[in-house]
Design a protein around this ligand. Structure first.
Ligand code: C2E
Ligand code: CA
Ligand code: CA
Length: 414
């Protein structure tokens, strides 16, 4: 049983009555540290405040007028939030269910959902089962990093690229590697990107980080080519990178010098970032494409792109977010999102990657839909560069795509 007085809870709801009610329920259950916020902005200020300890649990109302619950979660991820969530909503089950998938896709544990009007018994039940990741105190919670530490890490070359394979569903051929950066922290070990990318963006260090990741990735692609592996590499880029013309020159020159064809270099931009402002990035993306680099739209389904934006941006590849892939074969709502994304991408001439293919059921199902490429734990976790060639050999032996695709509706026209 956790010491309830040590647990920090934040309640976010735009309805003042609901806030008070939930606050009172939590106090009655013995939780002493409860912060009440009536807007996403106020809650984010609290989560990001250096002087206050981060909450261990957030009760989140999904429907708020200014910043809705989904957008709030995206910001939380950017802050490297390490606690858990309870989703509170008056919405019908389907919306809450989709929201829950999304939150989990971002790696934040969801204790459960509360339907409005909230019953104290149900709240108490969720909290009973919960073991917060706070253990003995502040030392146990994942560390929040400062910009200065990140600057030092860039100087000391502490960032290491991992590579996750992407394979063709039709025949299992390896189609490329996505570069995923990790921080080899001298004290904390391997730190995942969700805990520092947001900080790098907020502190103006993302440009330098992207360059280091890009340079290492293209250098690695050149090394693989020398041993007969012509593996395309993908690199994640941030909006800030695309706002500068320097970046374009850097990418083009570095790739040419490494002797890697631009066609084998993919730049991935997330859908949610793209929608903030498309003018400056549009120019850089279009010029990259003219130079024969390939451009992918990442985490598709989690942003709010309009059809016009999709039509106007020169994408080659669309990656369906894993929140709409893993388990979609058993969930009608997810499947509807997935199907819509797939046919939209095909109509716009893009090839489609299903992310988050975690098990054989996911694999069989995405294959049956006729999707072009797959990525995920079922195929391989992100690997260190040295482990890539042996993985390829092993995959060729075990790939489950030698047999014809399982029966079912698929792509009929190309
Ligand atoms: P992403 O681009 O969507 O990358 C895929 C993430 O999903 C990776 O997490 C990967 O390890 C994870 N993943 C792969 N297969 C599965 C699966 O089957 N199931 C589940 N649940 N997860 C899977 P990772 O490496 O922690 O990266 C998280 C995010 O950090 C990336 O999401 C990307 O947005 C960002 N990121 C990573 N490297 C860079 C970088 O160099 N620059 C920038 N700007 N962002 C980066
Ligand atoms: Ca990506
Ligand atoms: Ca993604």
């Amino acid at each position: 049983m956790v010491e309830r007085s040590a647990v920090r809870i934040l309640v976010l709801d735009d309805d003042p009555f609901m806030l008070k009610l939930l606050g009172r329920m939590l106090a009655n259950l013995g939780f002493a540290s409860v912060a009440l916020c009536d807007s996403g902005q106020a809650a984010l200020e609290r989560v990001g405040a250096a002087e206050a300890a981060e909450p261990n649990l957030i009760l989140l109302d999904l429907n708020m007028p200014a910043m809705d619950g989904i957008e709030f979660v995206r910001h939380l991820v950017g802050h490297g939030y390490a606690g858990s969530l309870i989703l509170v909503s008056g919405e019908n089950d389907r919306i809450v269910q989709a929201a829950e998938k999304l939150v989990q896709a971002h790696g934040i544990p969801v204790l459960g959902r509360l339907q409005k009007p909230v019953h104290p018994d149900r709240l108490s039940e969720l909290l009973e089962k919960w073991v917060p990741r706070l253990d003995a105190g502040p030392g146990a919670a994942p560390r929040i990093y400062e910009a200065e530490a990140l600057r030092g890490a860039l100087r000391n070359a502490e960032f290491v690229n991992y590579y996750q394979p992407k394979v063709r569903l039709a025949d299992g051929e390896v189609a490329g590697m996505e570069t995923l950066v990790r921080w080899h922290h001298p004290d904390d070990g391997l730190v995942p990107p969700d805990r520092f990318i947001g900080l790098a963006e907020a502190s103006g260090l993302i440009g330098e980080l992207t360059r280091q990741v890009f340079a290492a990735s293209v250098t690695q692609a050149a090394a693989w080519r020398r041993v007969g592996l012509a593996l395309p590499v993908a690199v994640n880029v941030a909006m800030d990178d695309l706002a500068s013309l320097d970046f374009l020159d850097f990418v083009a020159e570095f790739t040419a010098r490494a002797g890697v064809p631009p066609h084998d270099v993919v730049l991935e931009v997330t859908e949610s970032q793209l929608m903030q402002d498309t003018r400056a990035p549009l120019e850089v993306l279009t010029r990259l494409r003219l130079k024969r680099f390939r451009i992918a739209i990442d985490d598709f389904g989690t942003g709010h792109s309009s059809l016009a934006q999709l039509r106007d941006l020169p994408f080659d590849e669309l990656k369906i977010d894993r929140g709409f892939v893993h388990g979609a074969w058993a969930d009608e709502t997810l499947r509807a999102m997935y199907d819509a994304s797939l046919s939209l991408a095909w109509q716009l001439g893009m090839s489609v990657v299903a992310e988050g293919v975690e098990d054989r059921s996911d694999w069989d199902w995405v294959r049956r839909t006729g999707c072009d490429l797959a990525q995920g734990a079922f195929i391989s976790a992100p690997l260190q560069a040295a482990d890539v060639p042996p993985w390829i050999e092993a995959w060729h032996r075990r790939r489950p795509a030698a047999e014809p695709p399982p029966r079912g509706p698929g792509r009929t026209t190309e």
